[in-house]
Design a protein around this ligand. Structure first.
Ligand code: SF4
Length: 376
């Protein structure tokens, strides 16, 4: 089983916190879709005939593609994907694009999951983040997708905004629950280098949320969503039963995937390929029939560190039996040795053949994971 990721690097406007690769020049759309289709033809062999069981169209803002461009992309994908066997087909959408006609068009395609970048149900937060939708538009977009028959909807939320209170965050959580969506991803606001948000912070115009409050917000998120029936299956991801994101979970389960488009990454079990983040250069290179990536052969240490980084983020943790098939005993012993102090202080546990971070440890997960990293 394998997955395909397609990056759509177009956004109508840029949000202040974002460091994803995307631009606002929509005139490149048609050529870009041609290039993605050509790249798929050139690189599908990397998946060695494995059936495709997930497709994820992310960005950028894929819902900025015209209905005709989306249909053309799906018609091309049909050559390689048996839709009946493809369990999850996700498209990321901006709520502002999800008007009745656009949603109706999405229903004509094999898409069965919508991921919406909502971020907040508070108009002040949305204005601060330079999102182009309002809270009401977010509710309307969710309701529109639901009444069109989409029964697998995910939303993204951000917490720890400057000046945000615990009460304001709780209101956001309650509003998210009230929409009856199936999946919620929630992240603390990050000040990425080079973003407008970072410049605001450096110039003293915004003040970062303090760590204690951010951790309280995270704790509240876990408690409220679990009470409401959402299972926390990963540090930042919560789902109703049977609605865990399959594509993202496959990144944590060592499934192979092919990433198409500018800034997309691929993984075939031993090699990672990185398409550089340059849309124009991507189109030019693919148009000349040249594959467009940097390549990294993964050593055993790289694979071990990747495994820690992905599996320890999941609540299931590391399957120790599988581990013994994948890594030499020196690395496994090293991992157990480094985990001992964290087990002793209750931040990790070893039960049911799994090593995992406990609920208490989730609040310091980054430092636990980096402690267990191995250097060659
Ligand atoms: S819409 Fe998404 S990808 Fe585009 S700028 Fe905003 S956060 Fe970034």
């Amino acid at each position: 089983m394998a997955g395909i990721y397609i990056h759509i690097p177009f956004c109508r406007t840029r949000c202040i916190y974002c460091d994803f690769h995307s631009g606002v020049d929509m005139s490149l759309q048609e050529q870009y879709i041609d290039a993605v289709c050509a790249e798929l033809d050139m690189r599908i062999g990397e998946l060695k005939g494995e059936p495709i069981h997930t497709l994820y169209i992310g960005g950028g803002t894929p819902s900025q593609l015209s209905p005709a461009a989306l249909t053309r992309l799906f018609n091309h994908l049909t050559q390689y994907i048996v839709w009946d066997k493809c369990r999850e087909v996700t498209i990321e959408c901006n709520p502002d694009d999800l008007r009745t006609d656009y949603i109706a068009h999405l229903r004509t395609l094999p898409i069965n999951r919508i991921s919406m970048g909502i971020q907040s149900f508070d108009d002040n937060d949305l204005r601060f983040l330079r999102r182009r939708h309002s809270a009401q538009r977010a509710f309307d977009a969710i309701a529109g997708c639901q009444s069109a028959g989409f029964d697998n909807i995910s939303i993204d939320l951000i917490y720890g905004l400057p000046g945000q209170t615990l009460e304001a965050w709780q209101k956001n959580i309650e509003l998210a629950i009230s929409t009856h969506i199936q999946h919620i991803s929630a992240y603390a606001l990050i000040y990425e280098e080079g973003t407008a948000l970072m410049k605001l912070k450096e110039s003293g115009m915004v003040k970062e949320c303090n760590e204690e409050l951010s951790l309280d917000m995270y704790g509240l998120l876990i408690d409220r969503l679990e009470e409401a029936g959402y299972h926390q299956y990963e540090i930042s991801n919560f789902a109703l039963p049977h609605r865990q994101a399959l594509h993202n979970s496959s990144y944590w389960d060592d499934t192979h995937y092919l990433g198409l488009g500018a800034a997309a990454h691929s993984y075939d079990g031993t090699t990672r390929r990185y398409n550089p983040a340059n849309t124009t250069a991507y189109i030019q290179s693919i148009t000349q029939g040249l594959c467009y990536y940097d390549e990294e052969q993964l050593s055993e240490y790289d694979r071990y560190n990747d495994m820690l980084l992905t599996r320890l983020r999941t609540r299931r943790g590391i399957d120790e039996k599988q581990l013994s098939l994948q890594f030499n005993t020196t690395l496994i012993e090293y991992m157990h040795r480094m985990a001992l102090p964290h087990i002793a202080n209750g931040n990790m546990e070893r039960t049911d053949g799994h090593l995992r971070i406990t609920r208490q440890g989730l609040f310091v997960s980054d430092s636990i994971i980096s402690d267990l990293f191995a250097i060659e």
